[in-house]
Design a protein around this ligand. Structure first.
Ligand SMILES: *[C@@H]1O[C@H](CO)[C@@H](O)[C@H](O)[C@H]1NC(C)=O
Ligand SMILES: *[C@@H]1O[C@H](CO)[C@@H](O)[C@H](O)[C@H]1NC(C)=O
Length: 437
């Protein structure tokens, strides 16, 4: 290559790293051509996944919830509405697959069930099954066939399953490639006491039914991130799951506790994400959506947080948002120490049909928390609460305009009285083969 070309390439990388990724360490030791290619592809995918009318996505979500409840007992008293449907599925995501006694033969049915911004995430639906038979993680560059690390770096779509219970202690970041489903139904699978799961510059990933806990910071080193590429990773923070510049991600029925950093981070232009049916507990900074107040690229972020239980021992950030559009709907918040939902940099926050139970602390009754802006600024941020249920003095400080742009047939969100019922089965389910799960 001509020296001139080399120089301009170098300048391009310097520009790229400093302008597009200004403050954030991508944990990539050497931003080589492969990472460069992936980052450009990921950005294209994010722009394609972006919805021009996010309120329609929110409204469609609410309609699906109403459809499930139609005709069933909708007496809302005390939040313990009975659901008289054919099985124990109490929300439309679960109802999409849980009632099938042949769920184990029809595992890929799950790929049709994502709702909200992650709708259309199919993971490894078009691939073969891959059985994890070996819980070890001894070689980060040449992982053994049968290990989770070997499965997630493959190029083709894969539906990854676990024939038995296991605990996987990751020795370094687990780098998941595009078009993968990690489906732990039918086994008790823990990812714990080691390094984090990283979803970086990829698309179309489903993670279902894992226990993720006690994730640690890791000093990094050589890690393979594809069958044809590996490189140096710098230190990782010890998140549970880190989503970085990735789109079409669906996290469902996870249990997450006690990680060194956040439980879930979605940053650097990640979008088309649904986080549903998860159980969160024993953690300070629960979820971070957007990590930089100076990087407007996160305007592309659109995330649905639905049917989750924010439980014991949580402090704050459920989630903490910047820039994007966040639909927080039909969740049950039973514990927080500081606040539930926070943000900066003009995020749009649509809170609908949640139950917010405030802690006893008189100073922590407010659901919402705004930072780095005076009221004269944040009063223009669109933070709306609709049909939420407030218990024990909880209150939500609204701001911005009332949400407009609703389709004509708009239906109100299912009220917060139903949140406890809709989140009754959060976390990994104990599915038994040949029985409805
Ligand atoms: C309860 O059901 C009735 C009849 O289907 C419906 O009109 C009403 O809006 C429902 N109430 C709630 C709170 O969903
Ligand atoms: C993981 O760490 C926790 C907390 O330190 C500990 O209680 C647990 O026994 C560990 N589990 C394994 C499998 O090492």
């Amino acid at each position: 290559m001509e020296a001139n070309n080399k120089l301009s390439l170098l300048l391009f990388y310097v520009f790229y790293l400093t302008i597009l990724f200004p403050t954030l360490n991508a944990n990539i030791g050497h931003f080589d051509q492969e990472w460069h290619r992936r980052s450009l592809e990921a950005r294209k995918a994010a722009n394609q996944a972006y919805k021009k009318n996010p309120m329609k996505v929110a409204s469609d979500f609410n309609q699906q919830v109403h459809r499930l409840f139609r005709g069933s007992d909708n007496n809302t008293r005390r939040g313990l509405a009975k659901y008289n449907g054919p099985c124990t599925a109490t929300n439309p995501i679960d109802q999409c697959w849980r009632c099938d006694p042949n769920w184990a033969k029809n595992r890929k049915k799950l790929a049709n069930c994502a709702m909200g911004f992650g709708h259309g995430t199919t993971g490894g639906k078009n691939g073969r099954f891959y059985e994890i038979t070996d819980p070890s993680d001894n070689d980060l560059v040449t992982p053994k066939p049968g290990t989770l690390r070997h499965a997630v770096i493959q190029k083709e779509p894969l539906w990854i399953i676990f024939p038995r219970n296991m605990n996987i202690k990751l020795k370094g970041e687990l780098m998941i490639t595009s078009d993968k489903t990690i489906d732990a139904r039918g086994a008790n699978v823990h990812i714990s006491n080691g390094s984090q799961i990283t979803i970086q510059f990829v698309k179309n990933v489903i993670i279902h039914g894992l226990h993720i806990h006690d994730i640690k910071r890791n000093e990094g080193g050589l890690i393979r991130d594809s069958v044809s590429h590996y490189g140096i990773r710098t230190m990782s923070d010890g998140d549970g799951i880190s989503i970085y510049g990735s789109s079409n991600i669906w996290l469902d029925h996870l249990s997450m506790t006690r990680c060194d950093d956040g439980l879930i981070d979605a940053i650097m232009g990640s979008t088309a994400i649904t986080i549903s049916n998860c159980h969160f507990a024993y953690h300070n900074d629960v979820m971070l959506f957007g990590a930089s107040d100076s990087w407007s690229g996160d305007k592309v972020m659109q995330i649905t947080v639905a049917f989750n239980h924010f439980g014991k021992g949580l402090t704050q950030r459920m989630p903490r948002c910047r820039w994007g559009f966040f639909h927080v709907v039909n969740n049950d918040y039973t514990h927080w120490l500081m606040y539930a939902i926070g943000g900066s940099q003009n995020p749009t926050l649509i809170s609908q049909g949640n139950r917010y139970v405030a802690p006893p602390d008189q100073n922590a009754k407010e659901v919402t928390h705004r930072t780095y802006a005076p009221e004269s600024v944040w009063k223009n941020w669109n933070w709306r609460s609709e049909n939420d249920l407030f218990v024990n003095g909880a209150f939500f400080t609204e701001s911005g305009k009332k949400v407009t742009n609703l389709p004509k047939t708009d239906i109100k969100p299912k009220t917060g009285e139903f949140a406890a019922s809709m989140t009754r089965f959060t976390g990994p389910l104990k599915c038994i083969i040949n029985k409805p799960c």
